[in-house]
Design a protein around this ligand. Structure first.
Ligand code: ADP
Ligand code: MG
Length: 714
């Protein structure tokens, strides 16, 4: 019997033939039997519906069972690329099959081999081909296999692969392990299994790898997705319980003072700002630490909300001495910007505001008393409590700066920090007696279902409107026929002194160049050549992408910032943190390749100055759905609406980036299923209510602990 914790190198099958797979398995982070079995298929190839070749249609996925009649290796014209070119046939006809850069296929699929081929058909040079079909060999010769059907009529799992480790190899490794697996303990409470009619673990793990039909596969997937969501929710609830047990500073709100501050602002707060501010201030009055996420589009005015909160902390009602707040920004530039904001909007605040970054230290004492200072001087003043508001990069609380009266922590652009980092940050700020209130701010619009799961331990405050009077960015979808017109428009704008972003989906032209079946996509290098040589030779065009050295990148951004560059051709690297008010045009090539939320972020790069700004969505696609999707960028009222749409179309990984959430795959997918989230939440609540320490659920407790480690929640 094989146990879950067994390292893979000790599995019998692997000891022999599987040795060479070890490094590859490690690459997929598979080290134990558990890892191997939890390497789930992401889809199933349906070999159960086999078509006759005569019935095969153009552009459709099919499975045929056929003999290899001819097979040969060819090299392509220009590129050094191998094409395996085969003719396969059954008793109704023949069809071609091609594979790119897989010359070894020649050794596997010899003339006379009978196999199932699954793939999509394409037409090239007037011939019908199966393009890179997946195959499963049934037999080597005609006679041997006439009656052998053991490989037909079932679903074949397709796994996330790595070079040299195909789905087929993974199947061969998993099968014997499953056949000799010990009985797994069930971590889900019995009532939950029964109530939701979920598969029991031992059955589920078999069904997910080798289902007899799609229903079985789906039932297994659902169980595992639920399991992950359930664990996430348990973790969230435990975090909340933990915080509710901790003490924090409770403030009485000085309403007169607050009103005065608000009245002195040069603008009226939006309704949403007032609402979220009030949510924060109410948390301040409770004796337990706040743990809140403030979400709002770029430019929605989050800083002022957090700033007003910090001022209340510095001058609470009925206390002679206020407490300290720390503001953390992801970059020095942003930290300085926040500092300036405080000076501008609260010129009379005399509680001491400090700025500390690796390159400078400054202090503001109110009424225009603003000075540069030595870092250790500032630190001294922070330590003795003289400075009430401290602004800096997040190194602030990682370094040895000591805040004796720290009561409020604000972290800006929280989406840049993974959940693990966030947890570490909170931990770090915990004091023995009182835990500071915690507010993170993010401009990434995250749909509610997603934030409930990923940020389920946080309370949410949402600013869902922009301040009045913002100029709308004129957004247009540009078809190929209008390209020249758009270029002419851009030329005029540059002549007026404006600057332009051009965003491309990739750096190099499509790698599989020469492959007649994969269309090329606009690439930075190509566009740069074209724009700088042909279209705008009289303007300064520069390119920017991930493969350029960091120093050069900084230099380019600097030049773009002070207007020395007219057109910046770039990949998505400009998505965050770029602020060039003079840039008024955002041109996006191959716009259908990007997620809506991403396009929205790109567009947010312009419209930051006084000039009317434009966003051009270039697309070669004439598909109706593509145009509808792009249109929603024009129609949507705010980023949240788009994020919801994106979630439905592309899944959560695209919105957050899988790395940032640290979320398991299945849970990520399941987020599109609000019902499942709801039941996971309810189940977690029921369990925790009855048994907060999980004393009666030892397997679950155990699993939760390893889960927290796996997804770096601890
Ligand atoms: P973000 O939410 O992206 O952090 P900021 O806090 O930087 O946004 O605010 C963007 C700009 O809008 C700032 O210049 C700020 O002074 C201004 N602002 C904030 N609130 C309002 C308001 N209610 N009316 C007008 N302008 C505002
Ligand atoms: Mg901001």
């Amino acid at each position: 019997m094989i146990a879950l914790q067994t390292p893979i190198e000790e599995i019998k099958g692997i000891k022999g033939i599987g040795q060479r797979f070890l490094p590859k398995l490690k690459k997929l982070n598979i080290e134990t039997v558990k890892d191997l079995l939890w390497h789930f298929p992401f889809r199933y190839e349906d070999f159960s519906k086999i078509s006759k070749i005569v019935d095969v249609k153009i552009n459709e996925p099919v499975v045929v069972q056929a003999f290899v009649k001819e097979i040969k290796l060819q090299r392509t014209w220009k590129k050094r690329m191998f094409i395996v070119d085969a003719l396969i046939g059954d008793n109704t006809g023949n069809i071609g099959a091609v594979w790119f850069n897989q010359p070894f296929i020649l050794r596997v699929l010899k003339k006379g081999t009978l196999a199932n081929f699954a793939g999509k058909t394409v037409v090239s040079k007037n011939k019908l081909y199966l393009s890179s079909p997946v195959y499963e060999i049934i037999g080597r010769s005609i006679l041997e296999n006439e009656s052998d059907t053991k490989h037909t009529g079932r679903l074949v799992p397709v796994y996330p692969e790595t070079r040299g480790l195909t789905s087929k190899a993974i199947r061969f490794l998993i099968k014997p392990v499953l056949d000799n697996l010990e009985k797994l303990p069930e971590i889900l409470p019995k009532e939950i299994l029964e109530e939701n009619r979920f598969l029991e673990i031992n059955q589920a793990i078999r069904y997910i790898h080798f289902p007899e039909n799609l229903q079985q596969a789906q039932a297994a997937k659902k169980r595992f997705a639920f399991e992950d969501l359930f664990l996430l929710q348990l973790n969230n609830l435990k975090q909340r319980l933990q915080l509710a047990r901790e003490k924090s500073f409770s403030f009485k709100i000085n309403l007169d003072y607050l009103k005065k501050l608000i009245n002195h602002l040069p603008f009226e707060l939006t309704q949403a700002q007032k609402k979220t501010l009030w949510e924060i201030l109410q948390d301040f009055q409770k004796p337990h630490p706040m743990n809140r996420l403030l979400q709002g589009d770029v430019g929605s005015g989050k800083t002022i909300v957090a700033g007003l909160s910090a001022l209340i902390v510095a001058k609470p009602f009925g206390m002679t001495q206020g407490k300290q707040s720390a503001f953390m920004a992801p970059t020095e530039i942003l930290a300085r910007q926040h500092y300036k904001t405080f000076l501008k909007f609260f010129p009379e605040f005399n509680g001491g505001i400090g700025l500390i970054t690796s390159s400078e230290a400054r202090i503001f004492y109110g009424n225009e008393l603003e000075t540069e200072t030595k870092k250790n001087e500032l630190i001294k003043k922070i330590t003795n409590g003289e400075i009430k508001i401290i602004i800096g990069t997040h190194a602030l609380i990682q370094e040895s700066v000591n805040f004796p009266k720290l009561a409020f922590i604000v972290v800006d652009e929280q989406h840049r920090f993974g959940i693990g980092q966030r947890a570490a940050l909170i931990k770090k700020s915990r004091r023995e007696t009182s835990t500071p209130h915690f507010l993170s701010m993010s401009a990434t619009p995250i749909p509610r279902t997603l934030s409930l799961t990923v940020f389920g331990d946080l309370d949410l405050s949402i600013i869902d409107e922009l301040p009045k009077g913002r100029k709308e960015i004129i957004t247009k979808i540009v078809a190929p026929a209008n390209r020249d017109k758009a270029y002419q428009f851009i030329r005029d704008q540059i002549k007026k002194g404006r600057q332009v972003f051009v965003i491309c989906p990739r750096i190099d032209p499509a790698e599989i160049d020469g492959n007649p079946f994969i269309p090329d996509v606009r690439a930075v290098k190509e566009e740069y050549k074209k724009l700088s040589k042909k279209i705008f030779p009289d303007f300064k065009v520069v390119m920017l992408h991930g493969k350029i050295k960091a120093k050069e990148k900084v230099e380019t951004m600097k030049q773009f910032n002070n207007g020395a560059i007219d057109i910046l051709v770039s990949t998505s690297v400009v998505e965050v943190g770029v602020d060039v008010p003079n840039a008024s045009i955002m041109l996006i090539e191959g716009s259908e390749r990007f997620g809506l939320a991403q396009l929205y972020q790109f567009r947010g790069r312009v419209g930051r100055g006084i000039h009317q700004s434009f966003c051009f969505l270039f697309t070669d696609s004439s598909s109706k759905t593509t145009h509808q999707r792009l249109r929603s960028l024009i129609d949507a009222k705010n980023g949240f609406e788009l994020a919801e749409k994106d979630l439905a179309i592309r899944g959560p990984g695209q919105i957050l980036g899988a790395d940032q959430t640290g979320m398991p795959d299945l849970a990520m997918k399941a987020i599109q299923n609000p019902e499942l989230i709801k039941s996971a939440r309810e189940a977690a609540e029921t369990v925790i209510k009855k048994d907060p320490e999980l004393k009666n659920h030892p397997f679950l407790k155990n699993r939760l602990e390893s889960f927290q480690k796996e997804v770096h929640l601890e």
